[in-house]
Design a protein around this ligand. Structure first.
Ligand code: GLC
Ligand code: CA
Length: 553
């Protein structure tokens, strides 16, 4: 296997709006991030992935960009950005930008031109179609509710938006659009950024024909219709040559609808496209009959089957990314662990279970503290466009009652991950001196960075140790993964092997004590890391509630 720095690093995602507010307006900003650079250094991460900081009307918190070469005013200036980049680099930390180029904002200058007339030079930057039978061109739905088509009176045509109507999709089949995007990316590379996380990059190549798809719970067809389209690999290979190969970049594609077969192309080890992808299958194991809106808990056997499939299918052929959380997912300790009695223990167990696998680890801000889902009281406390629209659409159609939908939002809403980072027990968790743009999780008085940095047994210090171990043990990065006990509903156990080196990872996913037969070859071994201080290796081992142990032969 080829050794690469981007396989050995640990990435930390920052959601700037909620990380640290430097000027008391209630909104996190770039100066705030710069002020916390030493915290990130202390944690030990190597790369920051910065969610969008570009100019944006914020219909989708920066994922709707109106100028790719300007900084959002609320977040600061280009000078602040340069200062942050220098502060990161001075500490040996690389910076990855979020690249949102499946769509722009409808307030982008290109779209303002495009909508003017069918012969405007920018018309083909976007996807325009005439209506059909007095309605939209087809039954595709937007990820944020309703049709994916918006009627525009100026030219009596519809434009495609897979996300909100303020996020029109770019037409990647137009070579001029590709050159615009590549030019913009090169501008950032020349500035010194170290790579890109590519937003819904699997959706950029639309099918040749816009046929109706199979309708889901809300009556519209999902984005799967447009995932992994006919030219997506061609376009990424072009990007690789014209942009990515100009520097020693790290790239990860957010690939909705990706299969292992497709991932072996996107993240192929011949290195002609991207370094790795974010897949979604392990985020779908707790979906319900009507998709993501449910309070169903995952069956551990399903979770193991999915993660193991990805570990084995990408072995030698591609490279995995490892994540439980990001700004689009609820908090993992609430979702797969226990955010009550065993919050700290289960947060550590989940980190052990995932980050000991093969792939590049991604930590989402606050995950290293075991931050939890949020007790939102009512719909008025949510800010996320997906959550608010889904609430109105699905309760309006009678798919769910209001109470039911609120319960599902408390489990699954993206806002669970978007409340302010909990720095301290001070007012507003030390995030702002003003009024935060979204509520603070009231548990900040107990769960916060200041308390955890000062306590050796905290989740924070456990993450530091996990990160350090990767640097000291090649087997954690490059070893082969093999699952044990596929049928167990309680234990997730696997081995990692590299030459003579072999590790065993055993994790109890329940609040009960569970027996585990230690394989013979590990009986004389030692515990590399675990979440119970006094663990001992025994033939008939009892794994305590949410216990995790990594054993070295
Ligand atoms: C990605 C982003 C998400 C955003 C969407 C549209 O899934 O992670 O936050 O809403 O794309 O850009
Ligand atoms: Ca601010």
């Amino acid at each position: 296997m080829k050794k690469r720095w981007w396989k050995e690093c640990v990435v930390y995602q920052i959601y700037p709006r909620s990380f640290c507010d430097s000027n008391g307006d209630g909104i996190g900003d770039i100066k705030g991030i710069t002020s916390k650079m030493d915290y990130l250094k202390e944690l030990g991460i190597d790369v920051i992935w910065l969610s969008p900081v570009y100019q944006s009307p914020n219909d989708d918190n920066g994922y709707d960009i109106s100028d790719y070469q300007a900084i959002m005013e609320e977040f600061g200036t280009m000078e602040d950005f340069d200062e942050m980049l220098a502060a990161a680099h001075a500490r040996g930390i690389r910076l990855v930008m979020d690249l949102v180029v499946n769509h722009t904002s409808d307030e982008h200058a290109w779209f303002a031109e495009s909508r003017k007339s069918p012969d405007n030079p920018y018309r083909d930057y976007y996807i325009w179609r005439p209506g059909k039978d007095g309605g939209a061109p087809n039954n595709w739905g937007s990820c944020f509710s309703g049709s994916a088509w918006e009627y525009d009176g100026a030219t009596d045509m519809y434009y495609l938006h897979l996300f909100s109507r303020k996020q029109p999709d770019l037409n990647w089949d137009n070579p001029v659009v590709r050159d615009e995007v590549f030019g913009m990316m090169n501008w950032w590379i020349d500035k010194g950024v170290d790579g890109f996380r590519m937003d819904v990059i699997s959706l950029i190549s639309k099918p040749a024909q816009f046929k109706d798809g199979v309708p889901g719970a809300n009556g519209y067809a999902g984005f799967e219709e447009t995932a992994n389209g006919p030219h997506v690999h061609e376009y990424l290979q072009e990007m690789r040559k014209k942009v990515l190969n100009r520097a020693d970049t790290i790239t990860v594609g957010e690939c909705s609808g990706v299969t292992v077969e497709e991932a072996r192309k996107y993240a192929n080890s011949d290195e002609t496209e991207l370094n790795m992808v974010f897949q979604f299958e392990h985020m779908d194991v707790d979906a319900g009959e009507k998709g993501k809106w449910t309070d169903r808990r995952a069956d551990l056997r399903d979770l193991k089957a999915v993660l193991t499939k990805w570990q084995k299918a990408l072995e030698d052929a591609a490279w995995n990314s490892l994540y439980w959380e990001n700004h689009d997912q609820p908090r993992s300790v609430s979702r797969f662990g226990d955010d009550g009695t065993y919050r700290e223990t289960s947060a550590k167990m989940l980190a052990t279970c995932l980050y000991m696998m093969q792939g590049t680890p991604y930590i989402y801000q606050g995950q290293e503290l075991g931050m939890t889902n949020v007790p939102f009281a009512g719909i008025e406390e949510f800010r996320d466009i997906e959550s608010v629209n889904a609430y109105h659409e699905l309760t309006g159609q009678g798919v769910f009652s209001e109470e039911e939908m609120l319960r599902y939002l408390r489990c699954k809403s993206r806002d669970n991950a978007r409340t302010p980072f909990q720095w301290s027990a001070e007012e507003n968790a030390g995030f702002t001196t003003g009024t935060p743009w979204i509520m603070v999780n009231p548990n900040y008085t107990k769960i916060n960075a200041e308390e955890q940095r000062g306590r050796e047994t905290s989740v924070f210090h456990y993450f530091r140790k996990l990160i350090r171990l990767r640097k000291e043990n090649e087997v954690i990065v490059y070893g082969t993964y093999d699952l044990l006990l596929p049928e167990s509903e309680e234990i997730y156990a696997y081995t990692r092997t590299l030459g003579d080196e072999k590790l065993l990872v055993a994790c109890n996913f329940t609040a009960k004590e569970v027996s585990f037969d230690m394989p013979e070859e590990f009986l004389g071994g030692e515990i590399l890391i675990g979440n119970y201080e006094d663990a001992e290796i025994e033939k008939n081992m009892k794994l305590r509630p949410y216990e995790a142990a990594v054993v070295n032969r």
